[in-house]
Design a protein around this ligand. Structure first.
Ligand SMILES: Nc1ncnc2c1ncn2[C@@H]1O[C@H](COP(=O)(O)OP(=O)(O)OP(=O)(O)O)[C@@H](O)[C@H]1O
Length: 259
């Protein structure tokens, strides 16, 4: 991915891990506005560690992360809250809230200390409820929702936060195929229609190939990134898993089990 002046996020020679333990290194990519980007790779390769580092939840070990051309670490918490929305897999502590109340929390970076919502805040909340098909559920408590519904609520909260960059850790875990596709299509729509840059970790490589504009493959080596067709042509997916078990079919862009 070439470096761009209007980049939303630029990652250079990044190493992530815990203390002296390096989990992944040589991570380089740049994303412009309106791009849906999936991070893929085998279990334990460092997808969540990378995502948490990009989200400023844990320190990088070395290298650079810039959000809109400014180092991540130079942002104040309130500045970051207006640039970066994060959706993690952990269940929210606030499950006793209604759908509408949880989504309204997305407006916190913009409200005063007692949280008064302006008409602009209410408009953002309504648009997020509509975009994620939540009108009928708006008064339901979050603990009453299915996994797929709750995931839509958490992403709607990030949409209401109205940041140029949204990071999500495995947003399709525990969902059936229909709901995985639904979530990824809604994310694609949010990226393309609202010019949001969305980065998510996933094990759904086939779906990411079909729906993402860019993919970052964590492979423990060069960590290639680019548009899915380019990565297929360069045979990067073929090297992802041991070939005696599963093989990548470049024609269909999907994996096949060796029987
Ligand atoms: N808090 C921690 N302290 C030390 N090591 C950790 C910590 N959390 C994760 N790790 C290790 O970091 C490595 C990468 O884990 P991570 O969860 O980032 O991988 P992943 O690619 O997201 O895996 P998965 O696909 O299974 O979710 C693993 O070896 C894991 O054991």
């Amino acid at each position: 991915m070439a470096e761009q002046k209007n980049s939303i996020i630029a990652v250079k020679e990044l190493t992530v891990g815990y203390g002296s333990k390096v989990v992944a290194k040589n991570i380089n990519f740049t994303l412009e506005p309106g791009v849906l980007c999936g991070i893929v790779g085998v279990n334990g390769i460092g997808k969540s560690t990378l995502l948490r580092t990009l989200a400023n939840f844990q320190p990088k070990l070395s290298g650079g992360i810039e959000i809109q051309n400014k180092p991540l670490e130079s942002h104040s918490p309130s500045e970051l809250a207006q640039k970066l929305g994060v959706v993690l897999t952990e269940q929210p502590a606030s499950k006793n809230l209604t759908v509408q109340e949880l989504i309204a929390l997305g407006r916190q970076p913009y409200t005063n200390w007692i949280g008064t919502l302006t008409s602009a805040d209410k408009e953002h909340i309504q648009k997020s409820i509509d975009a994620f098909l939540l009108e009928e559920l708006r008064q339901n408590k979050c603990h009453e929702l299915s996994d797929g519904q709750l995931q839509r609520v958490l992403i709607a909260r990030a949409m209401a936060q109205d940041t140029p960059l949204i990071l999500l850790d495995e947003p399709t875990t525990h969902l059936d195929l229909f709901h995985k596709v639904q979530i990824l299509k809604l994310l694609q729509q949010l990226a393309h229609q609202n010019q949001k840059t969305i980065v998510f970790t996933t094990h759904e490589i086939d779906l990411a190939i079909q729906l993402c504009d860019k993919i970052l493959i964590l492979d423990g080596d060069t960590n290639p990134s680019g548009d899915p067709c380019q990565l297929i042509e360069q045979k990067h997916f073929e090297r992802l898993f041991p070939s005696e078990m599963v093989q990548f079919d470049a024609k269909t862009g999907s994996f096949k089990v060796n029987k």
